[in-house]
Design a protein around this ligand. Sequence first.
Ligand code: COS
Length: 402
Amino acid sequence: MADRSFLSWPFLSPRHQELHDRVEAWAVANISRLSGDGESSAAAAATVRLMVAEMGKAGLLSTAVGRDRSLRGSLDARSLCICREVLARHAGLADFSFAMQGLGTGPISLFGTEEQKERWLPSVARGTTISAFALSEKEAGSDVSALAMRAQPDGNQWRLDGAKTWISNAGIAGLYVVFARTGEAPGAKGLSAFVVEADTPGFSVAKVIDLIAPHPIGTLAFDGVRVPAANMLGSPGDGFRIAMATLDVFRSTVGAAALGFARRALDEALKHASRRKLFGQPLSDLQLTRAKLADMALAIDAAALLIYRAAWTKDVKGTRISRESSMAKLFATEEAQKVIDSAVQIFGGLGVTHGHIAEKLYREIRALRIYEGASEVQKLVIATRLLAEAQTGCPHAPVGQG
Ligand code: COS
């Protein structure tokens, strides 16, 4: 049984506890039935389709897209973190299915007009449309301001040309939020965000990418894709800020997914260490094992504190949380990698056996230290905010827009 003590921390309220229990009950009742056996990209895509549909029916996705009535339509970072933590503890693809419905529509939830929200969010919340966040390009993953994809005005439309890669849900998404250069200014200031529906002529999936822990991901091609002006989010030139503010919310939730993986690794390691006999005693009686377990638990609690601090700051203080969410993602993902590695070590040979839970977690966690900003990028964000704060003396000093 995973540790629940964090649910009574002051960052969270009774409605978060209720959400935790609801998601946990859904996960216990449904995840193994929905998880396919195969470990290919195609099998993962089929599983994600199924999971999204079932999560939609169960009402879980309204939290992911900020359509939860009790929250009056806003994204609640603590709820997102709780859902991701619980789902990741059960299965990586369950977390992925939930998270991408949120990230893919995050720019609409945060920056869309009421009309745009009404147009695109309900079907994503119902699980009948899958969404995707299309930012990265071959030469612009970490360096977003180097983005090359173009969008040019064409009458009452925009014409999009170029390619995106490493796009989660490529091929199964019905809508993509796409960032492209509209050229108001050089670098970060010349980008805009558009919603592109998958059946728009000129749009195609050029390649499916196979990962060590498969999930649907690939390369997209845009060849004269025309979208109405009404599909632009915000104003021309707002794209970089929209992308970064969306990532500010979702980066702490990546930390929460890592936390879920780490909690599972610790739970499994505790059970194994108590049962396994070695040198005439349980493995857990060995001091070296105890030291490992203590380090794992410490990393998990520290990560949880950073994650729920970041989420609380967004929800309650409403200030920019670039520093807090980058710290949460950086620490939680890096520490989860170590926690899971320790679990593999405690399991010994079993831990490196294909299909074993520790082996699966070992593959699942790796990508989280890279996507939505690699650990190195998180350090840049933290240092930039620190320097800005040092100059202004204000702990949540805006830098430019923000
Ligand atoms: N909210 C609002 N505005 C923001 C912001 C945020 N979170 N972050 C930056 N901005 C603004 C800045 O204030 C700055 O505005 P001014 O020029 O008016 O001061 C502008 O945007 C440019 O910011 P900055 O100079 O920090 O941009 P850089 O090009 O140096 O980029 C990094 C900074 C590297 C941090 C950014 O490109 C990044 O996060 N990269 C990783 C992207 C990523 O996660 N990729 C994975 C794809 S999604 S799976």
